[in-house]
Design a protein around this ligand. Structure first.
Ligand code: ADP
Length: 489
């Protein structure tokens, strides 16, 4: 879809071409009518002159018509013929039945054209004084004058209309020459003006797209001066962002407060259940019930802890330490836990040769991130499977990867993997021993980003997955991730 700027310019160009065509057509019609009017005046004057020559002869009692040859009938008196020869262009003098005189120009016409002209001249009447006649290569305008008193009936003068047509075509060529120039100039101007007018919209788009998530809602669009549409748009968007900020922070505060408040009762509950289990002999059902309650309480405590972590991270209230963390011992530590978990789950955990690397960050949070990935790998890999850990330097980064031969993730699910509370199979994971709450990867991603790094995943359903954490190595010019929480706090 073309931009508004292109569409407005195209619409303007189209409107301009339409207007120019209508204007040119109106001008051409008016011009042609004026030229034809002039031509008619000129032809009428010539017809008047012809008639005047004849009526003056009548007044001086000079015979107008003589009969020299009875076979040819009456003719115009030779003296008058000589005088009429002085009238330019086509001139025809007739009585009521036939032509008495035709000028040299008429005699020079081809026989067919001459007959057409004479026929048209004979059809003119006092009520119908003007006509046009088509010749083989021209068009003539005829004007007649009548003398009802004498033997001469009508005097018809005619002239070529090609001058009017020529004027029209001349005007058309001028139009063809000028129109593209005018069009080019106007369209370029329209393009520039529309671009200028829409520049603030581009700025608003840029500013709004900089507000990418809940954490950038404190930003506002620059308020344009004046009261035009764009200033009102910016003001409306700012008001909307303010409302969003308010409800986002309300929501975050609520989650943080609720999680915080839930922590203590859950701890008490857990301690009570443990005490009840330890105190005295109990029936098997009673013990099973207490065991289940303990599991659920632990799950709820984990959920509350995760919620609190994320709510604080969202609010930017999380203090991450920034100290040099050697990753090799951290991975060895995590691998030991993985070996224990793997043994319990009946799968083989291997560690590829580790490269040593030190990053700037929070050792506890990094451990939590690695452990999340490792426990997931063990959790989602069946008996007899394999989980492998590796640590490798790659240019400016160090990569910690966990590969498993487990159940894998469908391609369609990958975009949602890091969403909060997302689980591939909600119904089953809630009840099975794999039951997680779907917050582990969200927290892992937050930790990676907070360290200026990222997590990527490659997975195939039924074949296994590889989660890779990439962390920047401290260099002379550290380049933190724009989305990183560390850079925001
Ligand atoms: P959970 O506590 O449910 O494990 P996570 O956020 O850690 O929550 O993971 C979200 C979902 O991603 C899991 O429910 C699971 O469906 C999928 N997942 C995570 N890691 C793996 C893995 N290694 N193999 C297959 N699926 C995985």
């Amino acid at each position: 879809m073309a931009s508004i700027r292109t569409r407005v310019t195209a619409a303007y160009a189209l409107a301009l071409v339409g207007t120019m065509l209508v204007f040119a057509a109106a001008l051409w019609t008016a011009r042609r009518a004026a030229v034809l009017r002039d031509l008619q005046v000129r032809v009428s004057t010539l017809a008047d002159i012809g008639l005047l020559v004849l009526t003056q002869a009548g007044l001086q009692n000079t015979p107008v018509v003589v009969t020299t040859d009875s076979m040819r009938g009456p003719e115009l008196q030779p003296n008058l013929r000589a005088r009429l020869d002085a009238v330019p262009d086509f001139l025809v003098v007739t009585d009521s039945l036939r032509a008495l005189y035709v000028s040299q120009a008429v005699r020079d016409l081809q026989p067919g054209d001459r007959d057409a002209l004479l026929q048209a001249a004979m059809q003119l009447t006092p009520l119908h004084l003007v006509a046009t006649v088509e010749l083989s290569d021209d068009q003539l305008l005829l004007v007649a004058r009548f003398d009802t008193a004498g033997p001469v009936r009508r005097v018809v003068s005619a002239q070529s209309m090609s001058s009017a047509e020529f004027l029209g075509s001349e005007q058309f060529s001028v139009f063809l020459l000028i129109a593209p120039l005018v069009l080019l100039l106007s369209v370029s101007l329209a393009f520039i003006i529309t671009g200028r007018a829409l520049r603030p919209v581009d700025e608003i788009i840029r500013d709004v797209s900089a507000i990418t998530d809940g954490r950038s809602l404190h930003k506002r669009l620059p308020q344009a001066e004046g009261d035009d549409e764009l200033a009102r748009l910016a003001a409306t968007l700012n008001a909307m962002i303010a409302r969003l900020e308010q409800s986002f922070s309300g929501l975050r505060r609520f989650t943080a407060d609720a999680s915080h408040e839930l922590k203590t009762p859950l701890t008490v509950l857990r301690a009570d259940i443990e005490r009840a289990m330890a105190s005295g002999p109990r029936s098997t059902e009673g013990l099973v019930a207490l065991e289940e309650s303990l599991q659920e309480t632990a799950r709820m405590a984990d959920l509350v802890e995760s919620l609190l972590t994320l709510a604080r991270a969202d609010e930017g209230r999380f203090d991450l330490h920034r100290e040099p963390v050697p990753l090799e011992p951290l991975v060895i530590d995590v691998a030991e836990t993985a070996l224990i978990l793997g043994e319990a789950a009946g799968l083989r955990v291997t560690v590829a040769p580790l490269e040593s690397a030190t990053v700037m960050g929070d050792a506890l949070r990094l451990r939590q991130l690695f452990l999340n990935l490792v426990t997931n790998a063990v959790k989602y890999t069946g008996k007899g499977g394999r989980v492998e850990l590796s640590l490798q330097r790659r240019g400016e980064c160090v990569e910690f990867a966990v590969s498993d031969t487990g159940i894998g993730i469908a391609g369609a699910d990958l975009p949602y993997l890091f969403d909060r509370f997302w689980r591939a199979d909600r119904a089953r994971s809630r009840t099975s021993e794999r039951g997680g709450v779907g917050l582990g990867l969200s927290i892992s991603q937050w930790i990676a980003r907070a360290h200026g790094g990222s997590i990527t995943v490659a997975s195939r359903l039924g074949r296994g997955s590889t989660f890779t954490v990439s962390l920047p190595l401290p260099g002379p010019e550290p380049t933190p991730n724009p989305n990183s929480a560390l850079s925001e706090t």
